[in-house]
Design a protein around this ligand. Structure first.
Ligand code: UD1
Ligand code: CA
Length: 467
């Protein structure tokens, strides 16, 4: 089989997005629009991919910096889709195989559909094969004009079409398979004598037909795949379709999703079997979640690695953190970047951690801030404990060794170390290192003044006054 290359047209601005960001860099389920056709082309075995960029070319280029198989061609002025392909031609000069042409703003196209397009192209011995769709409202699209034998003879743009052509409901998706050498020759000869004064890629169909070459069409199985994104309404529609695809793939893989319409799971997230995802959960970035976890309502998990049998309770936010097996988080806990929770750790409500490692079995069950801290195994952190890690200029570390018991309402003024097995009494402000096996206590002694309240009231000075 000949090799396959792909050209992704993405130079347009996307005026109707009404955005300072170029259209193809708007995200869909966590990835920029342009990522989707590139991935589909790659999965359809395109070994070389050229993205034609124009508006905010640098942003797109930077995004593809790490992808060895994607090159960017600059189209400085957007003179039409044919001109865009001509801009890509120099990067594929030596290429003799078939070229898939896709649009950067048509993200729902699937690799299986591209493979079918390639197959149909070969089966028909075609020079150009157009992916088409039959739609109820063809407004705005190029129409597929065929001869009596069903061969495509032209694609006519809405603005150039006569009333008969406008009535055609088979439309051009903007996705094609074309023989490379023919394509680059044909786009170098295009004219711009049309209603928009542009170099239309679609004119290569007339060129091929005129040379007696075969132009075929292949209808997309599901027209939603060729849906283009022009504004934010369509962006939301595409996102709904994509999320459902993602969620269904997880469910088929053994994940329970209580309400698939209300689970916001990004492209590329991995979730193990028998994990249960409750409604209004957001799982984004490069997150991996193990087996048999429970992710309760309104949890937000971004860029995390989570082991097996972990419970993330309602309303918790986890960012760039690592959580090992059997840990329990929340409700309403916040793991900030650099948190590592070892096995069986419990982090309870209103606990915030940052750049903190908690050893196996350690617990911070309520109302605590642990920042820049190293917490040993089986440590118990009492309610209201705070690591005072910031002196206004620098951040300092707190080390709490294995088996330490920190009572409630303790402040640990870093840098400070609490040695193993030590006990820090409730209400203590720890400013000096605590040796292992010792008690640290710092409190003003309590004084009870008996009868004080009664006396105060009698003199009237202790009375509550009305406002
Ligand atoms: C094009 C097709 C039309 C098809 C429709 C499908 C032509 C002449 N018409 O129309 O038949 O039904 O797509 O959506 O091809 N682009 C560039 N450089 C340019 C112009 C466009 O890179 O100079 C890119 C755009 O960024 C976009 C894609 O090509 O990703 C399609 O461009 P667009 O302007 O949307 O084409 P349409 O006029 O809608
Ligand atoms: Ca368009």
């Amino acid at each position: 089989m000949d090799s396959v290359a792909a050209i992704i047209l993405a130079a347009g601005k996307g005026t109707r997005m009404k955005s300072k960001l170029v259209k193809v860099m708007h995200t869909l389920a966590g990835a920029p629009l342009i990522q989707y056709p590139v991935t589909a082309a790659r999965e359809a075995d395109a070994s070389r991919i050229v993205a034609v960029v124009g508006h905010q070319a640098e942003a797109v280029r930077t995004f593809f910096n790490d992808s060895a198989d994607v090159a960017c061609a600059l189209q400085e002025e957007q003179n039409g889709t044919g001109h865009a392909v001509a801009c890509a031609a120099p990067l594929l000069r030596d290429f003799r195989g078939r070229v898939l042409i896709l649009c950067g703003d048509v993200p729902l196209i699937r690799a299986v559909t591209l493979r079918e397009l390639l197959k149909e192209h070969s089966r028909q011995g075609a020079t150009v094969t157009v992916l088409t769709a039959c739609v109820d409202n063809p407004h705005g699209y190029g129409r597929i004009v065929k001869d009596a034998a069903g061969k495509v003879v032209a694609i006519v743009e809405e603005k150039d079409a006569d009333p008969d052509q406008r009535a055609i409901r088979e439309i051009n998706s903007g996705i094609y398979c074309v023989e490379g050498p023919f394509l680059f020759d044909a786009v170098s000869r295009l004219g711009s004598d049309n209603a928009q004064g542009e170099y239309y890629l679609t004119d290569i169909v007339r060129t091929a037909a005129g040379r007696g070459l075969v132009c075929a069409s292949h209808p997309a199985g599901d027209p939603v795949e060729v849906m283009g994104i022009n504004d934010r309404v369509q962006l939301a529609e595409a996102e709904a379709v994509l999320r459902m695809r993602i969620n269904q793939a997880h469910m088929r893989g053994g994940v329970t999703i209580r309400d698939p319409k209300a689970a916001y799971i990004d492209n590329g997230v991995v979730i193990g079997r028998d994990t249960v995802v409750h409604p209004n959960v957001h799982i984004t970035g490069r997150t991996e979640i193990g087996r048999e976890c429970v992710i309760e309502p309104s949890a937000v998990i971004r860029g995390c690695r989570i082991g097996d049998r972990v419970t993330v309770k309602a309303g918790s936010v986890l960012e760039d953190s690592v959580v090992h097996d059997d840990a329990s988080i929340g409700p309403m806990a916040h793991l900030r970047p650099g948190t590592v929770l070892m096995e069986e750790v419990k982090v309870g409500n209103f606990v915030e951690t940052k750049k903190t490692v908690m050893g196996k079995g350690a617990k911070a069950s309520h109302l605590t801030y642990l920042g820049d801290a190293e917490v040993g195994r089986d440590v118990n952190i009492g309610c209201g404990t705070i690591t005072c890690n910031y002196d206004g200029v620098n951040k300092h570390r707190t080390v709490i060794e294995d088996n330490v018991f920190i009572g409630s309402d303790v402040q640990l003024v870093a840098p400070v170390t609490v040695g193993r097995n030590a006990l820090v009494a409730a209400g203590t402000t720890v400013t000096k290192d605590v040796p292992p096996d010792s008690l640290a206590i710092s409190r003003t002694e309590q004084v009870n003044k008996e009868g004080w309240v009664t006396k105060k009231r009698a003199t009237g000075r202790g009375k509550k006054t009305k406002e």
